[in-house]
Write a protein of this length. Structure first.
Length: 165
């Protein structure tokens, strides 16, 4: 079953990089009592993710914070080391929390997994953006095609949040 507006975030554990190395972070730790802008990419450094999706969120991170978001986060089914380097390479460090979902456990529990095995990429996450308030999904924009970042863009999420204020 695919996660939808009004649903509570599924219980899952991501890996985040800290000053002390990789550490687990649960969806409850990420979302409880907070407003979170969460976007997902099929893979770090892949063309659409690297050239348009991530840069849009980096550019609008402060705008999202000004709209009341406590956290802007990105998840991908890459390992935490790849996501940490990708954050450095895109200017996301310190602006966007990188949530490694290396085995796509969260993506599967949310029903937002994407089988890209035919392309040699295994199970990945669909591309989406969502607004979460205290663990409940308020906005969810899922791309129909993994190579596009329109419905799931930071610009679209910002405009939808404007309407919900």
């Amino acid at each position: 079953m695919t996660l939808k507006v009004g649903d509570k975030m599924p219980d899952a554990t991501f890996t985040v990089m800290t000053a002390d190395g990789p550490k687990p972070m649960t969806t409850a730790e990420l979302c409880s009592g907070k407003k979170v802008a969460l976007f997902a990419v099929p893979g770090a450094y892949t063309p659409t993710c690297h050239k348009s999706h991530m840069p849009g969120f980096v550019a609008r991170a402060e705008e999202l914070k000004a709209k009341g978001f406590d956290t802007v986060a990105c998840t991908s089914s890459n390992d935490v080391f790849v996501l940490t380097r990708w954050a450095e390479d895109t200017g996301a460090t310190g602006k966007i929390v990188m949530l490694a979902d290396g085995s796509a456990d969260f993506a599967k529990k949310a029903g937002l997994d994407l089988d890209m095995s035919a392309r040699g990429m295994g199970i990945r996450s669909k591309r989406y953006a969502m607004s979460i308030e205290d663990g409940v999904v308020k906005v969810l924009n899922i791309e129909e095609t993994p190579g596009k970042a329109e419905a799931s863009s930071a610009e679209t999420l910002c405009s939808m949040v404007d309407r919900s204020l």
